[in-house]
Design a protein around this ligand. Structure first.
Ligand code: ASP
Length: 438
C-alpha cells in the first residue's frame, strides 16, 4: 500500500491513556507515515478543551487580567501526559516561552495554535517521529485565505525529506510569518492538506465515533452505520446537519481522489466509514445511504400569472434577498409560482421588509407564508435511475399520516428533500428509515 496520513482528534489525544491507543494504532501499520494531531480535548463531559483554555488566556490578557491560573491548568495537562507516558522530554522551556508571548499580547490565533503545536511536539517524541512545524509548510495568503498552491509545493517537497513525521493540525502561517488558524475543528482540514501533500493513498480521520450513521441516533434507535459514502453524498448529508468531519476538509482530498476513512480510536477494529470518489461504481440500487434534516425554516410562496414569461422575475426576488443579506436554502418553482425556503436564523426579523420589497418590485398575485417547517433529506446514489424509490418514500410518509408541504428533488437524483411541519420532523425521519432500512 502507499502512504497513509492519520489525523487524530482532541478526544483521541486527551490524556496519556489515549496517547497509548494512538501509539498502537500507528505502530500496527508501517504505512501510517504522517500524523496530524489536534490539541488535547475533553477527558469527560465536565472537562475543558485545551484550545478553549488557550482562547481564555488570550481573553484574560486582552482585558488586562492575569492568565496564570488558566495557563497553569494547561501546563499541568501536558506535564501529566509526559509524565504518565514516561517521556524524558523537557517541555518547560517551550511552555515558558509561549506563556511570555501570550502575556506580551500574542494574537488569538497564535495562542490557540499552541495547543496543537505542543501536542505535536509530545506525540513526535513519543512515536519517535520527526516534528514538522505546520507554520513552515501550510500557508495562507495575505488576505487570510488558504494558499493551496504554495502549500502543496513546499509541503510535498518537505515531506519527501521525512519518512515519518508529526505535523500539528489547525494552523499555518501568513506571508509575514504570523500564525493563522483555520476555523474551529480545523485540524481535519490540515489532515486533508497533508494527505494531498504526501500524495497519500488514504486519509484516516480518527475520532471518537465509528463513522457516520444512517440517521441521527437521537431520533432513530441504533441506526446502522454507513460503510461507504461518496464525497457528494456526504456533502449533502453534512449540509443537512450530519457532522463528524469539518466540511472544508473534504475539498483538498476530493480534488486528488484520496479516500477518507473515519475510524474510532476507542474501537479501532470497527470498520468505520469510507468516503470515496463520486466515480465509485454504484453497487446497491434502490437503497439509500442516509437521512438527515434540519428544523426551523420558513417558505415564501410567490404566485403570479404568466410568471414564466416575465423576464427577470427570479432575479428580482433573489436580488431582494441579497440586498437584505439573506441566503436561501431551496428554490422550488412551478410555472406560475416560485417558493423560497429560508432558514429562520437567516430571516431573523427581516420577513416583513422582504415581503414589502417583493410586493413593490415584483407585483405578485399572491404571497403565502408557511412558517415552522423542517427539511428532511434522503440521500443516496442508489436512488438514482431506480424506479419506485420516491413512490416508496411518499407512500411511507402517507401511511404515517405525515403531511408533506414541499418536495425538492435535485437534478442529480441523489437527494430527495421534503418539507414537513417542525412537529413531524422526528416522525418523518423514523418513517423513512423504517421504509428503507429496517
Ligand atoms: N483544537 C482546535 C479546536 O478545538 C482544532 C481541532 O481540534 O480541530 O477547534
Amino acid at each position: 500500500m502507499g502512504v497513509i496520513v492519520t489525523k487524530f482528534g482532541g478526544s483521541s489525544l486527551a490524556d496519556a491513556h489515549q496517547f497509548r491507543k494512538v501509539h498502537s494504532i500507528i505502530n500496527s501499520n508501517p504505512d501510517r507515515c504522517y500524523v496530524v494531531p489536534s490539541a488535547p480535548g475533553k477527558r469527560n463531559a465536565e472537562d475543558y478543551k485545551i484550545t478553549d483554555l488557550l482562547y481564555l488566556c488570550h481573553a484574560h490578557v486582552e482585558q488586562s487580567v492575569p492568565c496564570d491560573d488558566v495557563y497553569h491548568i494547561i501546563t499541568q495537562r501536558y506535564q501529566r501526559i509526559i509524565q504518565e507516558l514516561g517521556l524524558s522530554l523537557q517541555l518547560e522551556p517551550l511552555l515558558e516561552e509561549i506563556k511570555s508571548k501570550i502575556i506580551k499580547g500574542a494574537t488569538a490565533d497564535y495562542t490557540a495554535s499552541r495547543g496543537e503545536y505542543l501536542n505535536g511536539v509530545i506525540l513526535a517524541n513519543y512515536l519517535g517521529f520527526d516534528f514538522i512545524d505546520a507554520a513552515e509548510v501550510i500557508f495562507f495568503t495575505k488576505a487570510g485565505s488558504f494558499d493551496a498552491k504554495r502549500t502543496q509545493q513546499v509541503l510535498s517537497e518537505r515531506l519527501q525529506k521525512h519518512s515519518k513525521a508529526v505535523i500539528p493540525g489547525f494552523y499555518g502561517s501568513l506571508p509575514d510569518g504570523r500564525i493563522k488558524t483555520f476555523s474551529r475543528g480545523g485540524s481535519d482540514i490540515s489532515g486533508a492538506i497533508v494527505a494531498r501533500g504526501a500524495n497519500a493513498c488514504l486519509y484516516e480521520n480518527w475520532t471518537d465515533v465509528s463513522g457516520f450513521l444512517m440517521a441521527d441516533p437521537r431520533i432513530v434507535q441504533n441506526p446502522k452505520p454507513i460503510a461507504k459514502i461518496t464525497y457528494r453524498e456526504l456533502r449533502e448529508l453534512s449540509y443537512m446537519g450530519a457532522t463528524v468531519l469539518h466540511e472544508e476538509s473534504i475539498f483538498p482530498v476530493r480534488e486528488s481522489g484520496i479516500p477518507i476513512s473515519i475510524k474510532n480510536t476507542n474501537a479501532p477494529s470497527d470498520p468505520g466509514t469510507l468516503i470515496v470518489t463520486d466515480a465509485d461504481p454504484i453497487t446497491r440500487k434502490g437503497t439509500i445511504t442516509g437521512i438527515a434534516g434540519k428544523k426551523d425554516f420558513t417558505v415564501i410562496i410567490i404566485e403570479k400569472a404568466l410568471m414564466n414569461t416575465e423576464l427577470g422575475f427570479g432575479r428580482r426576488i433573489l436580488g431582494i434577498l441579497e440586498n437584505n443579506e439573506i441566503s436561501f436554502e431551496h428554490l422550488p418553482s412551478g410555472i406560475d409560482s416560485l417558493s423560497v425556503v429560508i432558514s429562520d436564523s437567516q430571516l431573523d426579523g427581516k420577513l416583513d421588509i422582504i415581503l414589502e420589497e417583493i410586493r413593490q418590485q415584483c407585483k405578485p398575485d399572491s404571497i403565502e407564508i408557511t412558517p415552522d417547517m423542517a427539511l428532511v433529506a434522503t440521500v443516496g446514489r442508489g436512488m438514482a435511475y431506480t424506479a419506485g424509490v420516491s413512490a416508496k418514500l411518499f407512500s411511507a410518509l402517507g401511511s404515517g399520516n405525515i403531511n408533506i408541504r414541499m418536495i425538492d428533488q435535485g437534478s442529480s437524483e441523489i437527494n430527495i428533500i421534503i418539507g414537513v411541519g417542525n412537529s413531524d420532523f422526528e416522525k418523518a425521519i423514523q418513517t423513512i428509515y423504517n421504509a428503507f432500512v429496517v
